[in-house]
Design a protein around this ligand. Structure first.
Ligand code: ADP
Ligand code: MG
Length: 854
């Protein structure tokens, strides 16, 4: 039970209000920090914003701690505008740490009396020692004193012991941890250090570099109250090691007798970011510990773990809690990998790996720890990936046993379609069609992903698959994520299939009642062979007479749940999932690990290559010229902007607004018909603009990213992407794929708006160099990470606790092989030696990856 006192509630409310206000600082700082501070010099006039925001915050802050935090943020960013990259970076780092720091949190407490400190690890307790002497629930007003045991820990799985039962975790801390997703011992054990700091060897002050994180060992030569920024009362401690002096500064000094613990003459270890400030070497809010005797083995004289901080729980508290948890519970952890397999893979026992990952052994290699490349890391990563892949392997095997309609086809419709096409299928299309046909005839449900770059001809493969279903006496459904795209597919399908005597109908949310009713009736009676539509297709009222095949286009915009709904219609329809986002192999193995994959790795012949150029500020005239030239030739062009309105952070908004741009372009290009398309428009409005563009009633379309998945306009031959550096590479690739669809030579201009940084140049150069979507996707994944890559929560990418899909590609392959091999040997994991494995898979899949329901 968690007891919340009234003060905490007020502080939290206060904190939330202020955090809102602070967003206006947080956003630019996050922007500045992105891609290893690539943008740090692009921030302009930050100090002005900071003044405004902090003043506003101060006018709202009711409690002292919040005010102090605001002042500290102001102080950290003082002088930012005039600094170079290094100075700015140091300030951003310091400010971000303060932004992430607790509001109204208890300041670090003096450690509890000796007997209550970290306990030595009992060996593999089945039941936590504490629970043997339950203490009645206690109500307390504050959590400021020693921790209290609130309720008896449940007997049973030690891994699910709530963190309240850990020493040092009072109700407030438990609540803060819970907000961070840390509720149980297991959560904590897998809450791995964000990074590590080598505190084994202090450096001499004279040799220490400002702008780096260092540990120094010295003697307190002066300490006391100090004033920062003229009005802020803080605390300062000067530490000398004979070679120099470092000033430790606290804007809001920790309480709990902190100051009296470090009188003059105390030898201390000081760890923090070294800065040169007004000629002095200083550290803001360093970690400090007595160096002699009392020096804490958890925080110093070792490679120290640094955790991502939970609001309300200072780093040191967090570290001490983790130490207790690891000492007492690591031995109870059991992994997913059977011992025999672990041996083959040369992994450590899981408890040993957990201990070493949190608290590296004395002689550990710091570099290996920082890179997450130690045997301990490898063990934990493999354990996680193995559990995932095992689940996928079992699921896939389960599907392979289920019955589904046998769709053998007889080729009569497919042959007639081929005969009518003005071109031959590419070899890749032929191969994919064969793979699909084999699945459809197998008697078990197909679950296949058709991956192909923009323009690779997926639609045609889908139509061939639909014809096989129809030849076998079944219906097919094709679903797209937007009305526009559904209509486009409908027009294509109708054009190609109606001449074969088939009924193709469109079903969307936009249809009138009467029309919809008619469509539904025809589907139900089985008159309709192919239904094309949006999500409306899978709504409950839609009853197919005999649905044999469901096709889903643009998978990652389509929730996993929707995929599941479709799969429930009909007997057990086959499923084909198409994606235009080329998904790197590693990601496909996890997101779609239970699907078979066909790849269209070849574009139809006769495509004109898209010539791509990056335009840096100062070359803008060329853009206007290029647009003018294209339109003069009777071709059309797109101009895409990332934002439709001024951003909330005007400092960043040298972002031009698409609306403004449309007006400017219309002025600059007299006689050119300019249209505007953006996300705030209604569906009808959007559609009418798109149709006008398709029908050449507009020459130039200025748009936000809504055209990413859009209509096919072969006459559009120029794509201008503004603020190109703000898009992910895959998104740029998708956008670029809107041109080059006809035989005319097309071009893409990537207009960069910021300063020409190394980083931006390197990224955008990828686009100039290649039009291969897979290579671009790999580069994008490397730069952005998997979550961002797919862009949506629903993307189905599991949250990994330890693994990192980009970094750990090779381990993923190894884990997958081992998992699939195990399922091949023991399909139900019924071998007693696999009992632990089975349990681990069950637990890790519970509530994750709802793929399991499809
Ligand atoms: P995507 O894979 O992006 O969905 P589409 O299916 O929309 O690609 O195909 C893009 C264009 O290529 C369409 O105009 C289509 O008619 C054409 N196309 C498809 N297959 C071939 C082929 N084998 N040869 C020539 N053109 C093709
Ligand atoms: Mg398509």
């Amino acid at each position: 039970m968690i007891v919340v006192d009234a003060n905490a509630a007020v502080n939290r409310r206060d904190g939330a209000v202020i955090d809102d206000v602070l967003l206006a600082i947080r956003r630019p700082l996050e922007f500045a920090a992105r891609n290893d501070y690539a943008n740090v010099m692009a921030l302009r006039g930050l100090e002005r914003t900071v003044e405004r925001v902090i003043d506003r915050g101060l006018s709202l802050a009711r409690d002292a701690a919040a005010r102090e935090r605001l002042e500290a943020i102001r102080a950290a960013l003082a002088g930012f505008d005039g600094e170079g990259a290094e100075g700015r970076r140091a300030r951003v780092e310091a400010a971000r740490r303060l932004l992430d720091a607790p509001v109204g949190a208890p300041t670090p407490q003096a450690p509890p009396a000796a007997p209550q400190r970290v306990e030595s690890p009992p060996s593999a307790p089945r039941v936590p020692a504490r629970s043997r002497s339950p203490v009645a629930p206690a109500r307390r007003r504050t959590a400021a004193t020693a921790p209290v045991r609130v309720a008896p820990a449940p007997a049973g799985d030690p891994m699910s012991t709530p963190l309240q039962f850990i020493k040092g975790v009072g109700p407030k801390v438990a609540e803060a941890l819970a907000r961070k997703g840390l509720a149980t011992v297991e959560d904590a054990l897998y809450f791995l250090p964000r990074t590590y700091e080598d505190r084994r060897r202090p450096v001499r002050i004279a040799a220490a570099e400002p702008g780096t994180r260092v540990v120094i060992l010295g003697e307190v030569v002066a300490s006391g109250v100090a004033f920062f920024g003229g009005r802020r009362r803080g605390y300062e401690m000067a530490v000398s090691d004979g070679s120099g002096v470092v000033h430790g500064r606290w804007f809001h000094p920790p309480g709990g007798g902190f100051q009296s613990r470090f009188p003059r003459g105390t030898r201390v270890l000081l760890s923090g970011d070294l800065q040169r400030f007004a000629g002095k070497l200083s550290m803001v809010h360093p970690d400090v510990e007595p160096a002699d005797g009392g020096g804490d083995a958890v925080h110093f004289n070792r490679i120290v773990p640094i955790y991502s901080e939970a609001e309300g729980v200072p780093q040191k508290t967090l570290r001490r809690i983790l130490k207790s948890v690891v000492d007492a519970y690591a031995d109870s952890a059991s992994g997913s990998i059977p011992p025999a397999v672990a041996g083959e893979l040369a992994l450590l026992p899981l408890p040993e790996a957990l201990r070493a990952v949190h608290f590296p052994p004395e002689e550990a290699d710091t570099a290996a720890y920082l890179a997450a490349r130690t045997p301990a890391h490898r063990t934990l990563i493999m354990d996680e990936l193995f559990a995932l892949q095992l689940g996928l392997a079992m699921r896939r095997r389960g599907l392979a046993l289920e019955p589904a309609p046998v769709l053998r086809g007889d080729g009569r419709l497919v042959d007639r379609l081929r005969a009518r096409l003005p071109f031959a299928l590419t070899a890749a299309q032929e191969r994919a069609a064969r793979e699909i046909a084999a699945d459809l005839a197998s008697g078990h449900p197909m679950h296949r992903l058709l991956q192909g770059d923009v323009g690779s001809g997926k639609t045609l493969v889908a139509l061939v698959a639909a014809l096989v279903a129809v030849e076998s006496g079944y219906q097919a459904a094709l679903m797209a994520p937007t009305e526009l795209l559904a209509e486009q597919h409908y027009l294509t399908a109708h054009r190609l299939l109606a001449p074969l005597g088939l009924e193709v109908l469109l079903l969307t949310g936009a249809q009138g009642k009467a029309e919809r009713a008619k469509v539904l009736r025809r589907i139900e009676q089985g008159d309709t062979h192919l239904v094309v539509g949006t999500h409306a297709v899978i709504q409950d009222q839609v009853a197919f007479r005999r649905l044999g095949l469901g096709i889903v286009d643009e998978q990652h915009r389509f929730g996993v749940a929707q995929r599941a709904t479709l799969a429930r219609k009909g007997e057990r329809p086959h499923l084909l999932v198409m994606t235009a986002t080329p998904i790197p192999r590693t990601l496909a193995m996890t997101v779609y690990g239970d699907l078979d994959v066909s790849i269209l790795d070849e574009l139809p012949p006769g495509r004109s290559p898209i010539e791509t150029r990056v335009i840096w500020p100062g070359q803008r005239r060329e853009v206007l010229e290029a647009i003018r030239a294209r339109i003069a030739r009777g071709e059309q062009a797109y101009v895409v902007y990332p934002l439709v309105e001024e951003s909330e952070a005007p400092e960043l908004a040298n972002l031009k607004d698409a609306t403004q741009a449309a007006e400017d372009l219309a002025q600059a290009l007299p006689g050119v018909r300019v249209g505007l398309l953006h996300g705030r428009m209604g569906a009808d409005e959007k559609e009418s603009v798109m149709v006008a563009f398709r029908d050449r009633r507009l020459d130039l379309l200025v748009a936000t990213t809504v055209i990413e998945v859009g209509i096919d306009v072969p006459n559009a031959t120029l794509m201008v992407i503004e603020h190109a550096e703000r898009f992910g590479l895959s998104q740029l690739h998708q956008l670029r794929g809107r041109v080059g669809r006809g035989s005319k030579a097309s071009a893409c201009l990537l207009v960069a708006s910021g300063r020409r940084t190394e980083e931006a140049a390197r990224r955008l150069a990828v686009m100039e160099r290649t039009t291969d979507g897979f290579r671009i996707a790999e580069a994008d994944l490397e730069i952005r990470g998997p979550g961002d890559f797919l862009g949506t929560r629903q993307s189905g990418v599991p949250d990994f606790r330890v693994a990192n899909l980009f970094r750990d590609q090779r381990l993923l392959v190894a884990a997958r092989e081992a998992a699939f091999a195990l399922v091949a040997r023991d399909p139900d994991l019924s071998d007693p030696a696999h009992r632990g494995t089975k349990e681990a898979v069950r637990r890790r899949w519970a509530g994750r990856l709802s793929l399991a329901g499809v």
